[in-house]
Design a protein. Sequence first.
Length: 245
Amino acid sequence: MPLPEISVLGSSFKKYFEIVPAYSDELKNEAFRVRHQVYCEDLHYESEQSNKLETDDYDVYSLHLLIRYVKTNEFVGCTRIILPQSGVTGYSLPFEEICAPTLDRSIVDTLPRNCIGEVSRLAVISRFRQRKGDMKASVTISKDDYGTIDQPRFPFITIGLYFGTIELARKHGISYLFILTEKRLARHFGRLGANVQFIGDPIDHHGRRIPSMLNVNEIISNMRFIFRPLYQAIAADIKKNSLDA
């Protein structure tokens, strides 16, 4: 099935999903529940917790984002942007420590710390990523996913979280996002008009990952025309849900 007409791409997304920034403790706990299901119960990257919430020390310094499946009113995916701690000398974002041996500091060190963030804990619950091999990854993407709007899975879930992260970053004055990503995933992000810049050598971190940088304003400016209605719909969700917070 081809991609839907440009004019209905945004409304097609809203038929299935809603992007919700998690500002309240209640919504943050929903993100932590999704993370526990994916990272602890499915992938066993982290230890299971009795309260079924997966959290770490970075959460208090993060902006959290959820995607809700409107037909069942359940949250099916999440991600976060970790922010540097203002006024804390020597504080590093996780990627700076994990990738320290090969990270290109000449790029990272030229950027003001108050305009950067790190994307992490991108996760989608299992039944929305159940293609062959999907159970071994927290989120998936494939060229076969483009155009499958009749099944509430990617592209809408992963692209929705991705565009939601970009808009949340823009809203909070974050100009550059860093992420540890698979090379395959980075190539697919390129299909959306994103220039993913690799800033270090691949590392083994729950699979082969490459430290990468995204320029938020460039992504918005260079976004492929066909995806703009979808981005606008997601931006409207974030604005509405931010006012309701």
